[in-house]
Design a protein around this ligand. Structure first.
Ligand SMILES: [Fe+2]
Length: 260
């Protein structure tokens, strides 16, 4: 494949390159965010999932003869949408931004051109070039969190990390919804081929200290602490990553008080 370095210190990794799709992954920013670029091999159309830096990804595409046509947002937290406005400015009027409408429940009013409207724990189709993905509404971390599945990939955002799940104590989050979502996702993931790759929204360490950025779905189903606990009330109650005692939790508490 073509050179991917756009004169940046952060060269993305090629996660997948087959007849249909190229997938690039880069860790950008100080919050360990993972960005994923999906390119349709046939049409050269590309979509960036959760852009941290719009210019960076346009440069990557320009240098490789790809056209960055849209952004798919897993959710509306700042660190997953930081680069979307710039991506739209550079991409022009044709640039499309997809996000689930339920993100408005947490007060989000950022740029968008297309809203997913599917019910919680269900999906609708989204395309880039000739590639079709299922956009699943997976609430819990945020009300309209979306997980994209297709072409050997699960882009799980902050719903499901490789070793655990995302926190549920931020404004708009819900532990009950997160548990329902994980039950739903577990069923969906079980139907996938064992070598499908899960690509999370952050590069967080596993319990053993390793820092993988991808994991086969088969391994995740056998090792993810949230997935393993989801059907067991006692195990679920011992999970220590559903909520944290930090400044973000305090901010969420103030936001909830303001709304009530
Ligand atoms: Fe998040």
């Amino acid at each position: 494949m073509a050179c991917v370095n756009p004169m940046s210190n952060h060269t993305p990794n090629v996660i997948l390159d087959n007849d249909e799709i190229i997938v690039l992954q880069a860790q950008l920013g100080e919050w360990d965010n993972l960005n994923h670029l999906l390119i349709c091999k046939k049409t050269k159309d590309a979509v960036i999932v959760d852009p941290f830096d719009g210019k960076y990804w346009h440069n990557i595409c320009n240098n490789n003869g790809w056209k960055l046509r849209s952004a798919w947002l897993t959710h509306s937290h700042w660190d997953h949408t930081k680069g979307v406005e710039e991506a739209q400015q550079i991409g022009g009027e044709e640039f499309q931004i997809f996000i689930h409408q339920n993100e408005k429940q947490r007060g989000w009013d950022g740029p968008h051109t297309n809203l997913f409207t599917c019910n919680e724990m269900s999906f609708e189709q989204v395309t880039i070039g000739q590639l079709k993905f299922a956009a699943h509404c997976t609430p819990g971390h945020t009300p309209g969190h979306t997980t994209f599945i297709g072409h050997g990939l699960v882009l799980s955002g902050d719903c499901l990390f490789l070793g655990r799940c995302g926190r549920c104590d931020l404004f708009g989050g819900s532990e009950d919804k997160q548990r329902q979502t994980l039950r739903y996702l577990k069923r969906v993931l079980t139907t996938l081929e064992s070598d499908v790759l899960v690509l999370p929204g952050h590069q967080y360490a596993l319990k053993d200290g390793t820092l993988p950025t991808t994991m086969r779905v088969e391994e995740l189903l056998l090792s993810n602490l949230a997935i393993l606990a989801v059907d067991d009330d006692r195990a679920w109650s011992t999970l220590d990553f559903l909520a944290f005692d930090d400044s973000m939790a305090k901010k969420a508490s103030r936001q909830r008080a303001k709304r009530s």
